[in-house]
Ligand binder design. Structure first.
Ligand code: UDX
Length: 448
C-alpha cells in the first residue's frame, strides 16, 4: 500500500521504516530539510538499534523516501500516519498544535480517498475532533477532488493506532509487537488497517476509536503505577529492613503480577510515562473525576527522582568543592534521550550546592551539554568525561543514574581504587551489597 508518515521522530520514523520493511511504499515527511537530507543519506536522526540498517536497506530497495514536500507525499496516499509530538503543557494537558497543522495540510492536499491514522498519543476523544477538523478544511467540504474537478466526494476518516514501542528497542518492539491496537469507526477504515498490518503477523485488536485512545494511556499508566508502587515499597523496605530485590523476585513468580517492570530505582523518565500519567490525570480532572491511583504514581515518581540526593545530603555536610562522579545521564540505557531523566533533577541540585561534577554517559553527554554547558554554573561546575575512570579518579562521591552496560561493568574494586572516598549512591541497584561492603565501599542503593 502507499503510505505517508508525518513526523520522523521515534514514532513516525520507526513506523515508516517498518512499513517499508514489510513491503509497503512509504514517504516520510518532515519539515526539517537538513534532517530529510540526513535520512536520505542513510543516517538516523535518533539513536536506535537496527534503525539505520533498515533505513539504508529499504531506501536502496526504493521502498522508502524522505521529503519536506508534504503535498506530494499525501496526495495519492492510501493511508497517512501521523506521528508528530504531543508535548506536555505546563498544566499537564497535551499540546495538539502539531497534529492540527498536519491535519490541515492533509485536508488541503489529498486527492483521493484516504485513511488518516493517528499514532501520536492524544487525549481520548481527540481523533473525533481531528476528523471533524479535516472535513472542515477539505476544499468544498469534500465535494470535489482537488485539481481534476471530477466533482467526486473524497472519503477521509481518522483511525487511532497507538504506538507501544520503547526507546532503544523501537524496531524490535514494532516488528514483534505484543499487539496492534486499531481504533476505527467504520468497516472501511478497519479493513485498510488490517491490510496494512497483515504482513506483520501480530495479533490485531480492533476496537472503537475512543477505546484505542484509552488503551494507550491505560497501558502506559499501569506500567508507571507498577514502577511507582515498587519504588514506594522499596522506600518502606529500607525502613523495615527488607530487600526490594528479594521482594520483587518473590512477587514475580505470580503470573498475575509478572516479572517485568518490578525494578525499583530513581523513578521513571522518558517521553511517555511522565507525560501520559499527567495527561490522563488532567483528562480525568477535566471530566470532574479525580484519578487517585495515577496521581499517586506521579507524586511517588517526583519524590523518587531525588531520593539519592536526599540521602547523600544527610550523609555529607555539603557538596561544595566536592568532586562528584555522575555515571549515566539518560533516562534509561540504549537511548540518548534525556527527557524527564533523573539526572536533570539531580545535577542542578548538586550545582546549586557548589559540586564539581564529572559526568559520564556513553551517548547522552552531548545532549546534556546543550542544557548544561561544560564549565561553571553558579558556584558549581560540570565537566563531561569520555571514560568512567576519569569520573571516578579522586571523587568524593559517586551517583549512578543509568544502568548502561559500561557502568555495570565497573567492578567494586575500581570504586575503591580510584575514588578519594569510596562513597557510592546507586539509583539502579546494580551491585551486590555484600560485595560492595567487602570491597570497602560505603554503598547506598534503593530499597535494600
Ligand atoms: C515506555 C513504554 O515501555 C512503551 O510501551 C511506551 O510506548 C512508551 O513508554 P520507554 O519510555 O521508551 O517506553 O522506556 P521503558 O523501558 O518503558 O522505561 C521507562 C522508564 O521507566 C525508564 O526511566 C526506566 O528506567 C524506568 N523503569 C522501567 C523502572 O524504573 N523500573 C522498571 O522496572 C522498568
Amino acid at each position: 500500500m502507499k503510505i505517508a508518515v508525518a513526523g520522523t521522530g521515534y514514532v513516525g520514523l520507526v513506523a515508516g521504516v517498518c512499513f517499508a520493511e514489510v513491503g509497503h511504499q512509504v514517504a516520510c515527511v518532515d519539515i526539517d530539510e537538513d534532517k530529510v537530507q540526513l535520512m536520505k543519506s542513510g543516517v538516523s536522526p535518533i539513536y536506535e538499534a537496527d534503525l539505520e540498517e533498515l533505513m539504508q536497506k529499504n531506501y536502496a530497495a526504493g521502498r522508502i523516501d524522505y521529503t519536506t514536500n508534504y503535498a506530494e507525499a499525501y496526495k495519492n496516499a492510501d493511508a497517512i500516519f501521523i506521528g508528530v509530538g504531543t508535548p506536555e503543557q505546563p498544566d499537564g494537558s497535551a499540546n495538539l498544535s502539531y497534529i492540527a497543522t498536519v491535519a490541515r495540510q492533509i485536508a488541503e492536499t489529498i486527492e483521493k480517498d484516504c485513511l488518516v491514522v493517528v499514532k501520536s498519543t492524544v487525549p481520548v476523544g481527540t481523533n473525533d475532533k481531528v476528523e471533524q477538523f479535516i472535513h472542515d478544511f477539505l476544499p468544498h467540504n469534500g465535494e470535489e477532488l482537488i485539481g481534476n474537478g471530477i466533482g467526486q466526494k473524497i472519503r477521509v476518516e481518522v483511525a487511532s493506532n497507538p504506538e507501544f514501542l520503547a526507546q532503544g528497542t523501537a524496531v524490535k518492539d514494532t516488528l514483534q509487537a505484543a499487539r496492534i491496537i486499531i481504533g476505527t469507526e467504520s468497516k472501511w477504515a478497519e479493513d485498510i488497517l488490517m491490510r496494512i498490518y497483515e504482513p506483520f503477523n501480530i495479533p490485531i485488536v480492533p476496537v472503537r476509536r475512543r477505546s484505542a485512545e484509552m488503551i494507550k494511556y491505560a497501558s502506559n499508566d499501569f506500567l508507571a503505577l507498577k514502577i511507582s508502587y515498587m519504588n514506594d515499597i522499596a522506600n518502606l523496605c529500607e525502613l523495615v529492613g527488607a530487600d526490594i530485590q528479594d521482594v520483587a523476585r518473590g512477587m514475580s513468580f505470580d503470573e498475575r503480577i509478572g516479572s517485568k517492570f518490578l525494578n525499583a530505582g530513581i523513578g521513571y523518565g522518558g517521553s511517555c510515562f511522565p507525560k501520559d500519567t499527567k495527561a490522563l490525570e488532567y483528562l480525568a480532572r477535566q471530566h470532574g473525576y479525580e484519578l487517585k491511583t495515577v496521581k499517586a504514581a506521579i507524586d511517588v515518581n517526583t519524590s523518587q527522582k531525588t531520593v539519592l540526593f536526599k540521602k547523600a545530603s544527610k550523609r555529607l555536610i555539603t557538596f561544595n568543592g566536592l568532586k562528584v562522579a555522575v555515571l549515566g545521564l539518560t533516562f534509561k540505557p540504549g537511548t540518548d534521550d534525556l527527557r524527564e531523566a533523573a539526572s536533570l533533577e539531580n545535577i542542578p541540585l548538586l550545582l546549586e550546592q557548589g559540586a564539581d561534577i564529572y559526568a559520564y554517559d556513553p551517548v547522552g553527554k552531548e545532549n546534556f551539554a546543550q542544557k548544561y554547558s561544560e564549565g561553571s554554573h553558579g558556584i558549581g561546575k560540570i565537566h563531561y568525561v569520555e571514560n568512567i575512570d576519569e569520573a571516578l579518579r579522586g571523587a568524593n562521591v559517586c551517583f549512578i543514574m543509568t544502568e548502561w552496560a559500561s557502568i555495570k561493568a565497573v567492578t567494586p574494586g575500581k570504586f575503591k581504587k580510584l575514588m578519594r572516598t569510596p562513597l557510592v549512591y546507586d539509583g539502579r541497584n546494580i551491585y551486590n551489597i555484600d560485595e560492595m561492603k567487602e570491597a570497602g565501599i560505603e554503598y547506598y542503593s534503593i530499597g535494600r
